[in-house]
Design a protein around this ligand. Structure first.
Ligand code: G3H
Length: 257
């Protein structure tokens, strides 16, 4: 029955937060690997969570890119913007992704769906150090970097290492480094092995893992059984206050690990 299913999910949430060592896990029914509509259910929980965690007044929210984030962005609602001024900024530089799933685009969509504002960061991912450094000195870039440093909330996903390396068309040496290091998961441009060790970090500006510790609102959204290992690996680094929004498919696979 509906009640039984609800209690099962509550049970999963409790076991999951104990296993992962974070205060809050929310689990929706289904498996987004098999049922894409499950992502919209996770999206509703993201809206509820932001309504609960964000203080009234100005909020600078850093958002990451990816296919999950792009879909979650469309699920946010103007309720979040009630009594709040929302400014969405990309959490890290990097225009290496497909345009529709870039953090800049995710931020623009989040602003549109909540009645907030957004800023873009025009720093490509695949450039040499010598091109990259002077770009950072541009006032328009600096201004957004300053906003990112001031952000009080972050919304991000967690990806499988293989998928992320393929999608970002990373150089061969890096791909073999990830293979040799047995990387399984990626978040914020950091790649982790199963024990949670950082195997590689894409050297880009913006939010760094250590910046998360002082943030009150950290929302991670990742579902589907295929992401179980990636979620476990990243959660060894996640700040305790992280709220993980996931699905039954991922939750059950994680608890079997
Ligand atoms: O950083 C994590 C990845 O952006 C997740 O990407 O949602 O497309 O799996 P995805």
């Amino acid at each position: 029955s509906f009640i039984d299913q609800f209690l099962d999910l509550k049970q999963l949430e409790l076991r999951l937060s104990q296993k992962l060592g974070i205060t809050n896990c929310l689990v929706v029914a289904g498996d987004s690997d098999l049922q894409p509509e499950v992502i919209a259910e996770m999206g509703k929980l993201v809206t509820n969570t932001l309504k609960t965690l964000l203080p009234h007044g100005l909020n600078i929210i850093a958002a990451m890119g990816g296919t999950t984030m792009a879909q979650i962005a469309s699920c946010l609602t103007p309720e979040i913007g009630k009594e709040r001024e929302l400014l969405f900024v990309p959490a890290r530089g990097g225009l290496g992704e497909r345009i529709d799933i870039q953090a800049n685009n995710v931020c623009a969509r989040m602003a549109l769906c909540t009645g907030g504002k957004s800023r873009s960061l025009y720093v490509p991912e695949q450039v040499s150090e010598s091109t990259y450094r002077p770009l950072l000195k541009e006032p328009a870039v600096q201004e957004v970097v300053t906003l990112i440093k001031k952000s009080n909330a972050v919304i991000h996903s967690i990806g499988t290492a293989k998928h992320m390396a393929d999608r970002r068309a990373m150089p061969k040496e890096i791909v073999s480094l990830l293979d040799r290091g047995h990387a399984v998961g990626e978040a914020f441009g950091y790649f982790f092995d199963e024990a949670g060790q950082v195997v590689y970090k894409i050297p880009r500006i913006g939010i760094q893992l250590e910046d998360l510790a002082s943030m009150k609102c950290v929302v991670a959204v990742a579902g589907g059984h295929s992401k179980a290992k990636a979620i476990v690996a990243y959660m060894k680094h996640a700040p305790k206050q992280t709220c993980l929004i996931t699905d039954e498919g991922a939750a059950k696979a994680i608890l079997k690990e």
